[in-house]
Design a protein around this ligand. Structure first.
Ligand code: SF4
Length: 411
C-alpha cells in the first residue's frame, strides 16, 4: 500500500481523538544548536477533531488494526473500515518530512492494539526514540499510551515524549465494562498512577531524568453512554486531583458507520462538549468544585448560558459584589470578569477606587457583568431582579441554522 494511502486512512482514523493540544510543553528550540524542530513557532495545522478544530500536529495512528472491540470506536475489531499500518521508519520519515516543510509543530501518535499491548507500545516508543536520539528532533511529541503495557515501556515513552496520555474513554467503570469490555478502569488508573509517580520524582529532583515535561492528559467521550455532565465533571475532578492530569479532553461521540446497537445513533449537541470545556476550565483555573457547578443529584450543564453565569444566577447571595472590597478569587467568579482582569482590578484598587469605566477599559463584557457588581460610582438597578429575568436577558438566543443561507454563501 502506498504511503499516501496509508496516511489518508490513518490520519482520518486519528481524528476521533481530541486529546492532542500541545499546551504545556516547555520552550525548546534547535536554534543555534544541533538538531531540528521547536515546540513553539508557526506551523500549518493539518489535524482536525470531529468538530473541525485544527491543531498543528501530525496526528496519526500507527495502525487502525485493533484486537479490541470497543463499541464506540470506528477502529474496533468488528468495524468494516479500510485498514492500514505504518512501519516505525515510515512514521519517523513522515514526521521529519512534514516538519521540514513547516506543515507541523510535532507529532501526535496513537494506535490500535496489534498483537499485544506490549508489542504496540514498543513500536510507539521506538518511533519516539528514533526521532529524539537518531534525528535529534526537538519538536513536540504526544504519545498515547496503552494502559495494559509493561510499566517500563510507559516509563520509556515518558523519556522521549513531551506529553503522555491514557484515555479513560468513559466516565464510569460500568460504562467501560459495558462498551469496552476488554478494557478495565482499574488498569487505566494504574497506568495514570505510574505516570504520576514518575512526574512526582522529576518534580522532587531537578537532576532526575526528563519525563513527559508537558504532563499527562486523558480523553472522555461524551454522549456514548447515558452519563450526565455531573458524572463527567465529578470523574474529571477526581482524575485531576488523583493523577495531577494537565487536561481532560472531552470528545462528543461521533456516530460511526454500522455502529452497534449499544451506542446512540445521533451525536450529542456540540454545545454540550463546549460547556464541559468551560466547566473544566472553572475547575482547573478558578477553584470551582464540580459540586458547585452541578448538584450531586445529577444533571447537565445549561446550554443557553455558560457555567459561570449559571453558578452566579444560582448564588445571588454573593451579588452584587463590591469590586473595591472583594478578594481576587471572588472577583474572578463574576460573570464576564476573567482571571487576568480580576488581578488587574486588585492591582488598580491599590492606587484608587475602582469605577465603572475601568471595567469597560479592561474590555469586560459590560452587559454581562453589570447586574453582578458594585463600584465606587455604580450599583446595578437590576441587582435585585429575579434570576430567571436576568437569565432571559443574558442567555444566547438560540439560532436556527439555515441550509439555504449556507448554500448561498458557498456559491
Ligand atoms: S483499543 Fe482503542 S483503537 Fe482499539 S477498539 Fe478500543 S478505542 Fe478503538
Amino acid at each position: 500500500m502506498e504511503l499516501t494511502v496509508k496516511l489518508e486512512i490513518l490520519a482520518d482514523a486519528a481524528k476521533y481523538d481530541a486529546s492532542c493540544a500541545s499546551s504545556g510543553a516547555p520552550k525548546r528550540s534547535s536554534e543555534g544548536k544541533d538538531g531540528i524542530g521547536a515546540t513553539s513557532g508557526m506551523g500549518i495545522c493539518h489535524s482536525y477533531t470531529p468538530d473541525g478544530r485544527c491543531v498543528s500536529l501530525l496526528k496519526i495512528l500507527l495502525t487502525n488494526f485493533c484486537i479490541y472491540d470497543c463499541q464506540y470506536c470506528v477502529n474496533r475489531r468488528t468495524s468494516n473500515v479500510p485498514r492500514a499500518r505504518f512501519s516505525v521508519d515510515e512514521v519517523v520519515k513522515l514526521t521529519l518530512d512534514f516538519y521540514l516543510r513547516n506543515y507541523i509543530d510535532g507529532l501526535f501518535l496513537s494506535s490500535g492494539i496489534i498483537r499485544s499491548a506490549d508489542y504496540t507500545m514498543e513500536q510507539l516508543v521506538a518511533i519516539a526514540r528514533q526521532l529524539r536520539e537518531v534525528h535529534n528532533f526537538r519538536g513536540y511529541i504526544h504519545l498515547k499510551t496503552i494502559p495494559d503495557a509493561d510499566p517500563d515501556l510507559i516509563t520509556a515513552a515518558g523519556n522521549y515524549a513531551d506529553r503522555l496520555s491514557v484515555n479513560i474513554e468513559l466516565p464510569t467503570a460500568a460504562s467501560v465494562a459495558r462498551l469496552a469490555p476488554e478494557k478495565s478502569v482499574h488498569t487505566i488508573k494504574l497506568a495514570m498512577g505510574a505516570i504520576r509517580r514518575k512526574l512526582d520524582e522529576k518534580a522532587q529532583g531537578p537532576k532526575a531524568p526528563q519525563f513527559a515535561p508537558a504532563g499527562q492528559s486523558t480523553q472522555m467521550i461524551v454522549g456514548a453512554d447515558a452519563s450526565d455532565d455531573q458524572v463527567i465533571l465529578a470523574t474529571a475532578e477526581t482524575l485531576y486531583n488523583s493523577y495531577k492530569l494537565k487536561r481532560v479532553y472531552y470528545s462528543a461521540f461521533s456516530p460511526i458507520p454500522q455502529s452497534p446497537a449499544s451506542v446512540p445513533l445521533a451525536p450529542p449537541p456540540m454545545l454540550r462538549e463546549h460547556r464541559l470545556y468551560q466547566a473544566d476550565f472553572l475547575l482547573r483555573s478558578y477553584g470551582f468544585q464540580a459540586s458547585e457547578l452541578l448538584p450531586a443529584s445529577g444533571g447537565n450543564l445549561a446550554l443557553d448560558i455558560d457555567p459561570k453565569l449559571a453558578w452566579a444566577l444560582a448564588h445571588r447571595e454573593h451579588f452584587p459584589l463590591d469590586l473595591n472590597l472583594a478578594d481576587a478569587g471572588m472577583i474572578a467568579r463574576v460573570p464576564g470578569i476573567g482571571l487576568r482582569n480580576a488581578r488587574r482590578l486588585v492591582e488598580l484598587r491599590q492606587l484608587r477606587q475602582i469605577r465603572y469605566v475601568d471595567l469597560s477599559r479592561l474590555r469586560c463584557s459590560m452587559k454581562k457583568i453589570a447586574p453582578f457588581i458594585v463600584t465606587a460610582d455604580y450599583s446595578p438597578a437590576n441587582g435585585a431582579a429575579a434570576s430567571e429575568v436576568l437569565r432571559r436577558s443574558l442567555a444566547t438566543a438560540p439560532q436556527q441554522m439555515s441550509l439555504w443561507t449556507e448554500l448561498k454563501a458557498a456559491a
